[in-house]
Design a protein around this ligand. Structure first.
Ligand SMILES: NC(=O)c1ccc[n+]([C@@H]2O[C@H](COP(=O)([O-])OP(=O)(O)OC[C@H]3O[C@@H](n4cnc5c(N)ncnc54)[C@H](O)[C@@H]3O)[C@@H](O)[C@H]2O)c1
Length: 312
């Protein structure tokens, strides 16, 4: 049986760490691609040289040429730039939309049946750019954000209650970032909603810390942003797809009327299997939750409109 093949575009912090997780789990052969000559080759060789010690047979190669990515089952897109001093959000949006569109065009041309997993920020808008550039159906364009956001929420809940992270489940909806919607009544410890275990002000504080989780890491690191948890989250999605596990994970997908939204990529719980998006896992929201979700969707719409007006 041929081994699975995963292309990871962008050999930076998130891309290289994702490649490491996939290879070290022996889940698939990995092709690491970057625009910088030598960077993906160097990191891939380093990862390959870890294989005898770690004990796996996955092949890891680095390249600047999309021909090497042909026939990939999954393409993970992490390429992009972070905001630099003096750069507006719109400039970042236009630059990364350009990068995502071009790498998606080049990679999908040689892997027309692949599933695209988008990681580059601003996440929800980049999913739109990737869908446009690939012409792929919604089942095969999926954004990573909710798994990370809920992992952060689970971490903070476990810390607060002094329990194992394993017994904590968290539920988040909405776009990636400030307008994220943590659903605390569905976030549980051993099946018990955290709203029954913690006073309301503590629940709100944990939700707030989760929504600002990315910024908290950036302010500590000072240069660069989080990558261990983002890579672990991306790996969980790759694993559910390649092993057809049908995990229920919060991901950014294009909604077609679900949760009252049409045509926009927004984070919702979905079932992930070998074909990518198997189905959206729809739940009934309270009026307050729906209002927060609608606000989050409106923020995504604003970014998509800005991207269109910038000609990106
Ligand atoms: N969705 C999420 O939850 C989440 C979490 C963490 C990071 N991110 C995003 O992921 C992206 C990557 O973050 P990082 O920390 O790995 O950044 P990084 O700067 O370490 O890596 C980005 C890499 O992309 C490469 N690149 C740029 N243009 C390219 C092109 N045209 N073709 C191929 N490669 C190209 C760069 O050379 C660099 O190596 C950022 O946009 C970041 O905001 C998203």
């Amino acid at each position: 049986m041929a081994r699975n093949k995963v292309t990871v575009i962008g050999a930076g912090h998130v891309g290289a760490t994702t490649a490491q997780r996939i290879a070290e789990a022996g889940l698939a052969d990995v092709v690491l691609v970057d625009i910088v000559d030598g960077l993906p080759q160097g990191k891939a060789l380093d990862l390959a040289e870890a294989a005898p010690v770690v004990g796996h047979d996955a092949r890891v190669v680095g390249s600047n040429d999309y021909a090497d990515t042909a026939g990939s089952d999954i393409i993970v897109v992490t390429s992009g730039i972070a905001r630099k001093p003096g750069m507006s959000r719109d400039e970042l949006l236009a630059t990364n939309a350009g990068i995502v569109s071009s790498v998606v065009k080049d990679s999908t041309a040689v892997s027309p049946d692949a599933i695209l997993l988008i990681v580059t920020n601003p996440l929800d808008a980049m999913c739109h750019a990737a869908m446009q550039a690939s012409g792929f159906p919604r089942e095969r364009v999926i954004g990573m954000a909710g798994v990370l956001d809920s992992a952060r929420f689970r971490t903070f809940i476990a810390m607060e209650l002094g329990v194992s992270v394993e017994d904590v489940h968290a539920f988040v909806l909405g776009g990636h970032g400030d307008t994220m919607v943590p659903l605390s009544r569905y976030s549980t410890v051993a099946g018990v909603p955290i709203t029954e275990l913690l006073p309301e002000d503590r629940v709100r504080a944990l939700e707030e810390r989760t929504a600002k989780g990315g910024a908290e890491i950036v302010s500590l690191l000072k240069t660069g942003s989080a990558y261990y948890a983002p890579a672990a989250s991306t790996f969980e999605m790759v694993d559910s797809i390649l092993r057809d596990r049908k995990r229920v994970l919060p991901c950014a997908v294009q909604l077609k009327g679900e949760f009252g939204v049409d045509g926009l990529f927004v984070g919702v719980p979905v079932v992930l299997g070998r074909g990518g998006l198997d189905r959206v896992f729809e739940i009934t929201l309270t009026a307050d939750e729906q209002a927060a979700f609608d606000k989050s969707a409106a923020a995504v719409q604003e970014l998509v409109d800005a991207m269109a007006s910038l000609g990106a």
